[in-house]
Structure formats: C-alpha cells, structure tokens
Design a protein around this ligand. Structure first.
Ligand code: ADP
Length: 334
C-alpha cells in the first residue's frame, strides 16, 4: 500500500475500469508494441481466424491488462480474465479452457506463477486446441481428450525470461512493455483528469507525470490524491504548484521517491559517506528488513541511477548526492 507502489490496491481496482482506454488508438505510448499488435490483429481479422497467442512482458502497472482487453475489443471477442496464482491445479485450467467460446480471449496474468501440471496442460491447449482431462486416480486413471474451440491466449508476465522456454515458444508474438516517458505520462494524466472531471493545466499534469515513476497506474493514483488536495484546500483546479504541494504532503518527491527511498539514500550518504556498505548494514540503519530495502526501495533507485549495487556493497552515485541537496565528495562518490 505504498502510494508509489506499482501493484493495484483496492481503490485502483475500483477506479481503473473507468480509466482504461478501450481501443488501440486510445492507448498512449508503447509505440512499438502498439504497431506490432495492430498488425497481428488486422491480419487475423482479414483472415477471419483467431490471432496467434500473445505474450506481454513488463513491470506492473504499464497496461498489460488494459492491452488484453483492447485485443478482445478489437477482435469483437469476449474476454476471460484469470491469473497464474489462481490456477493451482490442472483441473482449474481444464475447467476454464473447456468453457471458452470460439474466438474468446483468455487473459492469464502472472502466467509464470502457474503450477507445473497446469503449465503442461496449457502447452497442448495452445498448440492443438486440445486438453487431456485425467479422470480417476492411480493406475485406474484415464486421459479423456477434449477438443477446444480456437481461442487466443494473452499471457502477462513481469519478465519473459521467467517463463520456461517451451511455454515462451508457443506465443506467436511477444510485446515488451517499457516504462513511459514523462510526456506520455502527462498525456495519461490529462486523459484520466478529463474522465474524472478534474480541471488540470498542462504544467499540473507534467508535475504529476514527473513523480509517477514511468508508470500509468501510479500516475492515475497520484492524480486522485492531488484532486483531493485541490478540492479540500483550494478551488479544485490543479496547477503545477497545487500538484507539487499535494505530493509533498504525501511525501512523494519531485523524482517520484517516497519516504523509504529517501531514507535509504539518506543513510547511505550521511552515515556511510556514500558507501560502499553492505545491504544488511544499510537495512539496520534505516530500521527495515534487508528484503524490504532490496526489493522495495532499491530497484527504482538503481533504475534512476541513484544507487549502484557492487560486489563491495551499495554505493551512491553523484546524482544521489545532488538529489538530496548535498555536494558529492571529491573521491568515492561514484
Ligand atoms: P498491468 O496489467 O500492466 O499491471 P493495467 O493494464 O492494469 O496494468 O494498467 C494500470 C492502469 O493504468 C489502468 O488504470 C490503465 O487505465 C492505466 N493505463 C495503463 N496503460 C495506459 C496507457 N497506455 N494509456 C492510458 N492509460 C493506461
């Protein structure tokens, strides 16, 4: 439940449906994936067949679920949504697959987290539109083959490299989603503001975009917090100043770092002179578990070029010193 966390919280789920673009041309950014996907979909439409299975890879909050819904909408097909962790037994998957209608899109989020037996059943379903349903147990068990209607699987994963090669190879097309550029996020904020009936100027949208870590989900969430602030403390209108004031209240800084991120950097600079320092020592200094520091704070700090992981420990870069308003030391500041 971090304001700058990329996963969906309860409030996001409630609002996201209203904010999702419905068609490919409304989808902002991801030029390459959009163009590639548009070709796949047009070709399938012209041939009158179900398109190849699609794999979408990339960090949470970048629009994978949204794109899967767009794929279905563009094909005029219904969509079924489920996820890897929800499919623990092959039987769970068999039940879903056998109830699909012809041409239906099946969205399988976090596909890398499916159980092994389900994964193997999926291979056959993807390739031959067939599953073997096992009836009974032990030596008396029999496999009953079941024909499936042609369907399109859209799998989503945070990293394509997490998928076993036999599964990866069964996708005809993989779209690699990238973090969004500030100008793209600014468009996302504008679009969402219009849907939420928020009066925002371009500089206000740019300010929110700059603090959103390249992630539309975070941009939409920050916009809602800024809206609250603008409504309660001012007249509802969102400008650069209002956005900055609101997000300062929520401790999301100009670069999208939150309290934890800054605490890690601050300890690294003030207590350890910029490092190198071991992860566990750094974690003790900020009063967090090593895992939290490593998995929650560090990935973004590394991505932003503020912190580097080296064999000798964590070190701060010159940009980190500058970000916290301090001069980098002449030596060893990275
Ligand atoms: P993922 O499945 O990758 O975690 P979602 O598809 O659920 O991400 O997107 C999260 C939120 O961000 C949704 O509210 C969606 O409307 C918004 N969003 C994502 N990508 C875009 C985009 N390209 N244009 C506009 N809004 C987007």
């Amino acid at each position: 439940d971090r304001l700058v966390g990329a996963g969906a919280d309860g409030e996001d789920q409630a609002v996201e449906a209203a904010l999702r673009p419905k068609l490919l041309e409304e989808f902002i950014g991801q030029e390459r994936v959009r163009e590639q996907l548009s070709l796949v979909l047009q070709a399938a439409r012209q041939r009158g067949t179900a398109p190849d299975h699609v794999l979408l890879s990339g960090p949470p909050g970048l629009g994978k679920t949204t794109l899967s819904m767009i794929i279905a909408a563009e094909l005029g097909a219904p969509i079924r949504i489920t996820s890897g962790p929800a499919i623990q037994h092959a039987g769970d998957l068999a039940a879903i697959l056998s109830s699909l209608t012809e041409g239906e899109v099946l969205f399988l989020d976090e596909i890398h987290r499916m159980s092994r037996p389900a994964e193997e059943m999926l291979y056959m379903a993807m390739e031959d539109y067939r599953v073997d349903v096992i009836v009974g147990k032990g030596p008396g068990a029999t496999a009953i083959p079941l024909e499936l209607p042609p369907f399109t699987l859209v799998g989503a994963t945070t990293r394509a490299g997490l998928l076993p090669p036999p599964l990866r190879d069964r996708f005809g097309f993989t779209g690699h989603m990238e973090f969004y550029a500030p100008a793209e996020l600014q468009q996302v904020v504008h679009r969402s503001a219009a849907l939420l009936d928020v009066d925002i100027d371009p500089a206000g949208a740019a300010e929110i975009a700059g603090r959103s870590r390249g992630t539309p989900r975070i941009a939409n969430r920050l916009l809602r917090r800024v809206r609250d602030y603008a409504q309660v403390r001012h007249d509802g209108r969102v400008t650069r100043e209002i956005s900055a004031q609101a997000l300062d209240v929520y401790e999301v800084d100009a670069r999208g770092l939150d309290r934890l991120d800054r605490a890690v950097l601050d300890a690294l600079l003030r207590l350890f002179g910029g490092g190198p320092v071991g992860l566990s020592t750094l974690a003790v200094a900020v009063g967090e578990e090593a895992e939290t520091v490593e998995e929650v704070a560090e990935p973004f700090l590394v991505r932003e070029g503020l912190l580097a992981r080296t064999p000798r420990g964590r070190i701060a870069t010159a940009a980190a010193w500058r970000h916290l308003g301090m001069a980098p030391p002449v030596q060893g500041g990275g």
